[in-house]
Write a new protein. Sequence first.
Length: 149
Amino acid sequence: MARSVITRNDVSIQTRLADELFPVHGDRVQLQQVVLNLILNAVEAMGSVEAGARELVISTKQDHTGVRVAVRDSGPGIDPAHLERVFEAFYTTKSSGVGMGLSICRSIIDAHGGRLWADANEPRGAVFQFILPCGERELTNPLQAFHRM
């Protein structure tokens, strides 16, 4: 789904997907929407970088709290003062952005009992990560979570 924009922006992709992750319960379409949004945001951010390689790394791993997914880019990064603010509704760092994508992503992950956050990527860029709990649990209605924003 993102292949054309990845190719157009000359981005190389690596995947580092862990074997034998514990299952998570959730809405497949909503979780795909989150991952796709994080990928497209990363590719768009790297499109503004003139020098250096444009690299996107998508990884998964199991830790003691659940399954972690990370999307790392080599773009311009995010001002540390705005790492939490990028998840606010209608806040955007893009000239053509509406500021809803990351807010909706956070609501989806929250509704699945997880957590979504952003950090600096070393040596440059940003990393967006979310963790989803393993095993069975009752999911919050995603629409209710969205309306709590």
